[in-house]
Design a protein around this ligand. Sequence first.
Ligand SMILES: CC(C)(COP(=O)(O)OP(=O)(O)OC[C@H]1O[C@@H](n2cnc3c(N)ncnc32)[C@H](O)[C@@H]1OP(=O)(O)O)[C@@H](O)C(=O)NCCC(=O)NCCS
Length: 290
Amino acid sequence: MNTGGGDIMANLAGLREISLAHRHIDDACALVAEAGWNETPDDWRLMIAHGDAIGFEDGTGRLIAAALGLPYGRQFGWISMVLVTAARRRRGLATYLLDACIAGHEAAGRVPVLDATPAGEKVYIGLGFKHHFTIQRWQCPHPGTPDSDNGGIRPIAAADIGQIIDFDRAIFGGDRAAILRDIATRSGTLGWVRTDGSGYLMSRAGRLARQLGPLCAEHDDAARALVAAALAHIDEPLFIDVPDHHTGLIEMLSQRGFTAQRPFTRMLKGKPPGFGDPARIYALAGPELG
Ligand SMILES: CC(C)(COP(=O)(O)OP(=O)(O)OC[C@H]1O[C@@H](n2cnc3c(N)ncnc32)[C@H](O)[C@@H]1OP(=O)(O)O)[C@@H](O)C(=O)NCCC(=O)NCCS
């Protein structure tokens, strides 16, 4: 095992390795706030329910580090929420938790995939992850503007979800059925589909800003029309995580007042040919969910 910062056994003294349960959600949200991330208690509920969320508690029972492995079907598994409180960094805790998440996926035959922050990337490269493509988080404080022509788009209905899950699986590359069902049924979630079946977009509440995404579409026109529909309805701070190769959508966001906030890199361990169809992935559900 790669032990990161020195003698891992000494660094783990006084810490308790745990599986996260609902009682950890407040502490997990405190780690998110410390890192300046956007995940909410609802996101943690979803991730704890469908994934293996693990971490360390200190002697007082406070959660001081976390990581998540999320199965996305039989071939791929997501890794995210790798968080270590500032006072406990550079002691190998992230590496230890990541090793456990990776081992869980690989034992089940799943290739680990993740969206790394620049800080996380340094850890993942050391663990054998390779770059796939780059992503930028775009933000806008007040995006709402009246929209002219938005034909061919309607709000997502409950009856659409099965079709959206199939469409998403073909484009995203893994099976996010449980995730999409959870997001679609949350209060506050908004969503739109193209009536010709060429795309869908969901948007849910975030800690700092509403998250726009996932957005999967057959082509640029469909993606831009879905974003225009969302911008016509939403007048609150927004984040959207867009792969850097989608220059058309990025140009539209820039014209609408969005600015670049922070980069991510999609990385895979052990499967060089890639994951999903990046040409049709226009926005992530967030780096925590892909
Ligand atoms: C990224 C993060 C999880 C790393 O946690 P950590 O417990 O400090 O990581 P580790 O001690 O296991 O580090 C393993 C190795 O990664 C590298 N590394 C980790 N942080 C680094 C940094 N800031 N700069 C350069 N290298 C770094 C080093 O090689 C380190 O080993 P070393 O300390 O012996 O040189 C932590 O800094 C953090 O929570 N950051 C904010 C949230 C975040 O960005 N998470 C990653 C999401 S993808």
